[in-house]
Design a protein around this ligand. Structure first.
Ligand code: FEO
Ligand code: CA
Ligand code: CA
Ligand code: CA
Length: 677
C-alpha cells in the first residue's frame, strides 16, 4: 500500500494538473510554460491573410462588407475553378459509429490488433489471462506512428516491407477487467498489471506482405521485434554520459532501459525509424524536493506527473528515489528496423521535450533537416539541421549523423516572417550564468533554453512535415482552449501565429523556406486553414467554400504527404458532442484555387483517434493506426466512463468477451489504384 502523501500530486504545473484521460485528447497535457514570450494580439487582422479571407467560408460576407462587389465576383470565379480537385473520390459521410468507414471504392482491412502475435511463439490473446511475458511477444497497445520500409530487393517494394509501429500509452480501464480508471488512486493497480503496461508500451516491428490485394503479417519473420519500457538503449549526442544523466543503476549515463509514450516519428532516407517520446512526465512518481538541483527543470516539464504508478514498484520511476531518471526520457530514438538485435539510440542532439514527431527532408545541400513539435499548450516548434551531409550511396555512413547538428526553435513574427533561433550553448542567453554550462544542459532543458530565446508559444504543435515536391512545411496545431485575448496574460494570450481565443479546433500553418532551403535562418509563414465548422460564424473556420459539411474537421494531429504531393490530415479529438463526427483522415488541397478545400476519406470507430497515416511508395496502400477505440465519445465530464466491461465500442472484434483493440488498418482501392483518387 502506498501512503497518501506520495499520492498527492506534486505542485509541478501552474495550471490544473495534467489529466491523461481528459476527454478532448488522451495524450495531451496541460501547460507548463511560465515565460512571457510573444504577447501581440492586435496584429491578427494583418496576418489574417487576404488568401484566408478569399478562401474562407465566411469570405463572401467579409469581402462584400469590406471591398465591394468586384472582389465578390472574383471570389465567385475562384470558387468555380475549384471544381478541379486533386481528390476526386466520392466523399465519406462524417458521423460517429461503432465501426470504421472508408469512402466508396475503397476497402479498409484490419491488419494487426493489440494482443496479436508479433512472434510465432506468442500465446493467443486472452484478455482475462494477460501476462507481461505474453505481451512482450504480442502487438502492444495504442498504436500511433507507422513507418513503412520496403524490403531491400523486393520484387514490388509497395507489396512487401516492414512496418514499424509506436505503442504510445495504455488505457488500463479498457485493457484490464474490473479496475476502471486508476487516476491518482491506483488502489486496484498491482505490479503484475504495471508490468503488462510496461510491456504494452514501446514499439513493434512486423514484416508485412500484400498478396491478392490483401495485406497480412508474416508470422515467422526474422525481422519481428518488440521494444518496450525495459529494452536497453544507448544514449548518444551531447547529453550522453553527462552527470545529469547518471543514475544508481547506470553510472555511465549512457544506458537507459526503455522508451515511453512514443507518439509520432519519422523515417530517414538511410533506412532508420525515428520514434519520439512525448508525455514522459506521466510516468514519474513521487515528489522532488523544491530545492533539488533538477527542480526548475522538472517543473518546466510537469515532472513528476503521477499519472501512472510504476514508481511504486520500480525506484527509477520514483523521483524521490531516483531524481535523474526523468532526464533520460523525452528524446527522439533511432532504431534500425532491419536488425532486431540492434540497440536503439536516444539521439540527444535533437533536444528533450514532449516530442510529437520527427519528419525530415534532405536539403538541397545534402544536409538532413528534421522538423519537430513539442506538444503542449504554449510550447514550441523546433528544427534540427545535421552538421554533415547525408551519404546517399552508403546508408551505414549516416549511422551517427544525428549526433551532430544545430537545434533551433521558431519565432513567428507578425509580418509573416519566421526566425529559427539556434539552441547553442554560449550563444545569446544560453550561458553558464543561466544554468547552461554545456550543450548537454541546453538539450536536457531545451524548453527553458527556448523560453530565454523568445520562441513563439503555440497551440500544441503536433506533426510538422515538409512536402518534398513544393518545399512547403505544414505544422499541425491541434487546439488550445486556454488561449486568451490579447493583453489578458503574457503567458496565454493570442499571437499572430496562434490568433484564436479559446482555440477549440486548431489550425494549420504553412511555412515556406526561401528558395526551398530548409536550413535558412528565416522562413515565411501563413495560416493554411483554421479548423472547425465553417457554418458557425463564431468558430471562424477558413476552409474553402467548396468544403462540404463532411469535409471540415477539428483538431489536426498527424499528417502524411503522399508521393503525388497531396496533403492528408489525421485528427484527434472529434466526437459527437464536439464536432458531430469521429476522427479520421481528410485530403486537403494546398495549391491553386482549390486551396483550403478538405475532403473526408476515412473515419475511425467511436472513442478512437487516427494516427500514423503512412503511404506505400506507390500510394496504393494507406496504413493508419486506430488508437484507443472504445473510449467515451463525448466531452461531458459527467458521462459514465468507458471501461473494459462497458466500452463505447468493441471494435474490431465485436465479441462480448473481447475488449476493443487498438489496431492497424490498411486502406486500398477495390480493384487497385492509388488511394484517394
Ligand atoms: Fe501523442 Fe501529441 O499526440
Ligand atoms: Ca493519442
Ligand atoms: Ca499525436
Ligand atoms: Ca493529439
Amino acid at each position: 500500500m502506498s501512503d497518501t502523501s506520495r499520492l498527492t500530486p506534486a505542485d509541478n504545473a501552474s495550471h490544473a494538473e495534467p489529466d491523461r484521460h481528459e476527454p478532448f485528447d488522451s495524450c495531451e497535457d496541460n501547460p507548463s510554460n511560465p515565460s512571457a514570450n510573444d504577447t501581440i494580439g492586435d496584429v491578427i487582422a494583418r496576418r489574417f491573410a487576404r488568401r484566408d479571407i478569399l478562401k474562407g467560408a465566411l469570405g463572401v460576407t467579409a469581402i462584400a462588407a469590406t471591398t465591394g462587389s468586384l472582389a465578390l465576383q472574383a471570389a465567385e470565379k475562384a470558387s468555380a475553378a475549384e471544381a478541379v480537385s486533386r481528390f476526386p473520390f466520392k466523399e465519406l459521410e462524417a458521423r460517429v459509429e461503432a465501426v470504421h468507414r472508408v469512402a466508396e471504392g475503397h476497402q479498409a482491412d484490419v491488419l494487426i490488433r493489440w494482443g496479436d502475435a508479433v512472434f510465432a511463439d506468442a500465446p493467443s490473446f486472452d484478455p482475462l489471462m494477460q501476462t507481461a511475458a505474453a505481451q512482450r511477444r504480442q502487438f502492444g497497445y495504442n498504436n500511433d506512428f507507422l513507418g513503412y520500409f520496403p524490403i531491400p530487393g523486393a520484387a514490388d517494394p509497395s507489396a512487401h516491407g516492414v512496418l514499424c509501429v509506436n505503442h504510445e500509452y495504455t488505457n488500463e480501464e479498457l485493457m484490464f477487467p474490473g479496475i476502471g480508471k486508476q487516476d491518482r488512486k491506483f488502489d486496484k493497480m498491482t505490479q503484475a498489471l504495471a508490468d503488462i503496461e510496461m510491456a504494452a508500451h514501446g514499439g513493434s516491428v512486423v514484416e508485412v506482405r500484400k498478396e491478392g490485394g490483401k495485406w497480412r503479417v508474416i508470422s515467422n519473420s526474422k525481422l519481428a521485434r518488440r521494444i518496450d519500457a525495459t529494452t536497453p538503449m544507448d544514449v548518444t549526442g551531447p547529453a550522453a554520459g553527462h552527470p545529469r544523466m547518471l543514475t544508481a543503476a547506470d553510472p555511465t549515463g549512457r544506458r537507459v532501459l526503455g522508451m515511453i509514450n512514443n507518439c509520432a516519428g519519422g523515417v530517414t532516407p538511410w533506412g532508420t525509424w525515428l520514434t519520439c517520446e512525448e508525455n514522459i512526465n506521466f510516468y514519474f512518481f513521487g515528489k522532488l524536493a523544491d530545492d533539488h538541483s533538477e527542480a526548475r527543470n522538472y517543473k518546466r516539464y510537469g515532472i513528476p506527473g503521477n499519472i501512472l504508478n510504476w514508481g511504486e514498484y520500480y525506484d527509477r520511476f520514483d523521483v524521490t528515489k531516483e531524481p535523474r531518471e526523468a532526464n533520460r526520457f523525452g528524446w527522439v530514438v533511432e532504431i534500425d528496423p532491419f536488425d532486431p538485435a540492434s540497440t536503439p539510440k536516444k539521439r540527444t542532439a535533437l533536444g528533450r521535450f514532449k516530442h510529437e514527431g520527427a519528419a525530415g527532408i534532405v536539403n538541397k545541400d545534402g544536409r538532413y533537416v528534421i522538423y519537430m513539435g513539442d506538444d503542449q499548450r504554449f510550447d514550441y516548434v523546433y528544427r534540427f539541421v545535421t552538421r554533415d551531409k547525408v551519404d546517399t550511396a552508403n546508408a551505414a555512413a549516416n549511422r551517427d549523423i544525428l549526433d551532430n547538428g544545430t537545434l533551433a526553435v521558431a519565432r513567428y513574427d507578425a509580418d509573416g516572417s519566421l526566425v529559427w533561433m539556434p539552441l547553442v550553448q554560449g550563444q545569446g542567453p544560453l550561458t553558464a550564468e543561466n544554468g547552461f554550462d554545456s550543450q548537454a544542459d541546453v538539450v536536457i532543458e531545451a524548453r527553458r533554453a527556448a523560453d530565454l530565446l523568445g520562441a513563439t508559444k503555440m497551440d500544441r504543435p503536433e506533426d510538422v512535415e515538409a512536402n518534398p515536391l513544393t518545399s512547403k512545411v505544414y505544422v499541425m496545431l491541434t487546439f488550445n482552449e486556454l488561449r486568451t485575448t490579447a493583453g489578458t496574460s503574457p503567458r496565454t494570450d493570442v499571437n499572430a501565429a496562434n490568433p484564436r481565443v479559446n482555440s477549440r479546433f486548431g489550425h494549420i500553418i504553412e511555412m515556406t523556406p526561401p528558395d526551398g532551403d530548409h536550413t535558412a535562418d528565416r522562413f515565411t509563414w501563413e495560416i493554411l486553414v483554421k479548423c472547425g465548422d465553417p457554418a458557425i460564424a463564431d468558430v471562424g473556420a477558413t476552409f474553402s467554400s467548396d468544403t462540404t459539411r463532411n469535409g471540415w474537421f477539428g483538431m489536426p494531429d498527424n499528417l502524411a504527404i503522399d508521393h503525388q504531393g497531396r496533403l492528408w490530415v489525421a485528427t484527434d479529438g472529434n466526437s459527437s458532442g464536439r464536432t458531430g463526427r469521429a476522427d479520421g483522415i481528410w485530403g486537403v488541397e494546398t495549391e491553386g484555387p482549390a486551396r483550403g478545400t478538405s475532403k473526408h476519406l476515412f473515419r475511425v470507430p467511436v472513442g478512437a483517434e487516427l494516427c500514423g497515416p503512412c503511404f506505400t511508395p506507390d500510394d496504393q496502400t494507406l496504413f493508419v493506426a486506430i488508437q484507443h477505440p472504445g473510449e467515451a465519445d463525448d466531452e461531458d465530464p459527467k458521462a459514465p466512463p468507458a471501461t473494459f466491461e462497458n466500452p463505447s465500442t468493441r471494435w474490431p472484434d465485436f465479441k462480448d468477451d473481447m475488449p476493443p483493440r487498438p489496431s492497424i488498418v490498411a486502406i486500398t482501392r477495390i480493384g487497385g489504384g492509388k488511394v484517394g483518387t
